[in-house]
Write a protein that binds this ligand. Structure first.
Ligand code: SAM
Length: 289
């Protein structure tokens, strides 16, 4: 079979056939542009060897493209109304696709990768529901699922946040987490008219390629991320005050000042001025105490 969804006419035909009502709470904006779909498959670099996890297939538009390019696809969809449409209609002819009716945040992805791909790294491809972009990405990274790359449609502003460094007001915990685990590249900008219904924001496709070896040396990853969160929770404050008042970590003012001095920074510095390498060094200074 060939992909046939991905244009407004076919999408509307499916929606009408099932009297489907879009649910805002699930972030449902379906792709209706074949060029964008082809671009995503292309940028994700899917080969016939690949196992692909798709998050939120909707009516199965991108799933059809993925099924044609990959060895096997598992698509996790939370909206139970969509399951009969996917299984009984739009994906019926594609025999290498499995649909799971579940909240992606509740799926044991490590187990899935073990069962379906012998624990080898998978590719994740999705047009994400924007209301849970950050928890999905953080969950994938923090659970240490074997992943080669994540190619996802996100809100343009979120794509910018993932890529940026110190000095930008978009810089934050998400930037550092993404850059710690992966190399982010924005591979396409996508306007609202490529979706049905149209979102109120611009979108971008970002590809996160997992680092093969860590870019910084961290003795205690969890501690580093607690420090990062503490620094950005109160980003108007100095790093000393942010860390002291955070509840994320339990070091005294003297210890905090000593750690900042160890990494060669003034005590007046703000957390938002530190690079990933500096957060790693700071975290290691606390580990050594
Ligand atoms: N992939 C389709 C496309 O591109 O046309 C649909 C993308 S739409 C932006 C997001 C999809 O994710 C919707 O189908 C929505 O129901 C689903 N979704 C929302 N929250 C989810 C969750 N927690 N777990 C799994 N799927 C979810």
């Amino acid at each position: 079979p060939k992909p046939y969804l991905g244009n407004p006419q076919e999408t509307i035909a499916v929606l009408n056939r099932y009297k489907f009502a879009f649910q805002k709470k699930f972030g449902q904006n379906f792709l209706i542009d074949t060029h964008v779909l082809e671009r995503i498959i292309d940028e994700a670099g899917i080969t016939p060897d690949d196992f692909v996890l798709e998050i939120g297939p909707g009516i199965g538009t991108m799933t059809q493209y993925l099924a044609c390019a990959a060895r096997e696809v598992v698509a996790v969809e939370i909206d139970k109304v969509l399951i009969p449409i996917l299984e009984g209609d739009t994906l019926k002819a594609f025999d290498n696709v499995t649909v799971i009716n579940e909240d992606i945040l509740k799926v044991d992805i490590n187990k899935l990768v073990e069962e379906k791909n012998g624990g080898r790294p998978i590719k994740v491809v999705a047009n994400l529901p924007y209301y849970i972009t950050t928890p999905i990405i953080m969950g994938l990274f923090e659970s240490h699922v074997p992943i080669e790359s994540i190619t996802i449609m996100v809100q343009k502003e979120v794509a910018d946040r993932m890529k940026t460094g110190p000095g930008s007001k978009e810089y934050g915990a998400l930037s550092l987490a993404v850059q710690y685990y992966a190399n982010p590249e924005i591979v396409a900008n996508v306007p609202p008219n490529c979706f049905m219904p149209r979102p109120n924001v611009g979108s971008a496709v970002i590809r996160l390629t997992r680092h093969e070896t860590p870019v910084v040396d961290v003795k205690d990853e969890k501690l580093m991320f607690r420090i990062i969160r503490a620094s950005f929770n109160q980003r108007r404050k100095t790093l000393v005050n942010g860390l002291k008042n955070s509840g994320e970590i339990n070091f005294s003012k003297e210890q905090i000042e000593a750690a900042i001095t160890t990494i060669g920074k003034p005590l007046t510095i703000r957390g938002e001025a530190l690079t990933l390498a500096e957060f790693a060094a700071l975290s290691n200074a606390f580990s050594d105490m």
